[in-house]
Design a protein around this ligand. Sequence first.
Ligand code: ATP
Ligand code: MG
Length: 137
Amino acid sequence: REQTFSILKPDATRRNITGEVNAVIEKAGLRIVAQKRILMSRKEAETFYGVHKERPFFGELVEFMTSGPVVVQVLEGENAIATYREVMGATNPANAAEGTIRKLFAESVGENTAHGSDSAENAKIEIAQFFSGNEIV
Ligand code: ATP
Ligand code: MG
């Protein structure tokens, strides 16, 4: 079974809707096989979103991701990476399909509730950044 890495972002913890988001994840057939609530350090956020460091929104993105607790998760299921990208919906909630996490919950393109890995290679790297093997059950 494939695994993907997920973050419920600070806008989700701030509004106390992580359970509602998890319900959407589970209804889509994905299993939460690891989960913890953490405060990301600036360094962790900069590393995590390193591919975007030249983008104009990078500073804002790091500020946001460190502005409150996040819930980091490993999700498992058939085609988990593609399935979760579909369940999250488009990056900008204005373009997200009905029933997706970002359509249901996201406030803006910056504060868009969830992250999901975009490739098998990145899923491995991202899972390893936040979890050790024995935390994934
Ligand atoms: P994520 O990587 O968080 O799963 P994504 O893959 O849909 O989202 P990316 O293009 O990788 O989108 O952008 C990473 C994150 O940067 C987005 O989720 C969003 O929070 C933020 N972001 C992207 N574009 C903008 C923008 N134009 N303005 C502000 N923030 C943005
Ligand atoms: Mg991305």
